[in-house]
Write a protein that binds this ligand. Sequence first.
Ligand code: AMP
Length: 304
Amino acid sequence: MSLVIVGSVAFDAIETPFGKTDKIVGGAGTYASISASYMYNKVKLVGVVGEDFGEENLNLFKQRKINTEGVEVVKGGKSFFWSGKYHNDMNTRDTLITELNVLAEFDPKIPTSYQDCEYLLLANLTPQVQLRALERMAHRPKLTVMDTMNFWIDTALDDLKEIISKVDVIAINDSEARQLTDEYSLVKAAEKIQKMGPDYVVIKKGEHGALLFGEGRVFSAPALPLAEVFDPTGAGDVFAGAFIGYLAHVQSLSFNNMKNATIYGSALASFCVEKFGVERLMNLSNEQIHHRIKEFVALSKFDM
Ligand code: AMP
C-alpha cells in the first residue's frame, strides 16, 4: 500500500515584499511529497527534472524518505522553472516566467514498485500528464485527489476537464475555482465542480482558510493568523500533500476524516509560508505539528 504523488519538480525564483530568491528548489510535487511524508511513511514521487537539478537537490527527498524511483532525470535537460512575484497583500501574485523545459515532453512512467498505490495525488502539472499517470495505474486507487493552476485553465482546458471528471477530490484555490466555473459564489462554484466529477471539492482561500464540500455538507477550516508570512509559494501543494497523507494514514474516507485532513493540510501549509521555499518544511518535529493542530482546534472552538 502506498501514496503516489505526481507533480512538478522545479526551480523557482520568488519575490515577496520581504525579499527575493535566486533559483531555489520548488515544484508542486516537491512541496506535496515533503508535506505528505510527515503524515505517512510510504510516499512515492513521479516527476521529471533536468540534469541541472543535481544530486544534492534530489537528496532532499531522500532525507524525508520519499521514494524517487519515478523521478526521471533527463540528460542535458533543463528543469521546469517558475518565477513569481507577490503583491503587498501576499495573497495575490503574478507569474513572471513559466518555462516548461523537460516538463513539455514528459511522459510519466510508473515503476512496478509503485503499483501498490492506493492513494494517488495528481499535484499541479500538465493535465495530459495527470491523465496518463492515472491511466497507467494497474488498479484504480482507493482515492484520487488532484490540484491544478490558472496556467492550465488558460492553456489546456479540455484535458483539464477530462481529468477533473475522473478524480474523487479536487483541491483548488478560490480564484481558480471562480475562473473554472464563472461563478463568484464559492458555494455555486463548488456545486458546479462537483457536477464535473469529484465527490469532494476543497477550496483553498489562502490566509482565509479552506472550505470542504461533499456529501451535501460543508466544513470551514480556519487559517492560523500568523504574525509573519514570508513566502506563500507551495502552500496549496503542501495542503494537498498533508490532506491525502492524513487519509492514507487513517485509512478511512469518512466525512469526519476529510475534515481532519483539511485541518492537517491547513496546519502544514501554515509552516510552509514561514520561510522561503521548502526550508521550513524540512525539519518539523511531531511535537511542532501536534502543537499547531491544537492551535487550530482552539481557534475554532467556542461555547454558546
Ligand atoms: P502554489 O503556491 O501552491 O500554487 O505552488 C507553487 C509551485 O507550483 C511552485 O513551486 C512552482 O514551481 C509550481 N508551479 C508553478 N506553475 C506551475 C505549472 N504551470 N505547473 C506545475 N507546477 C507549477
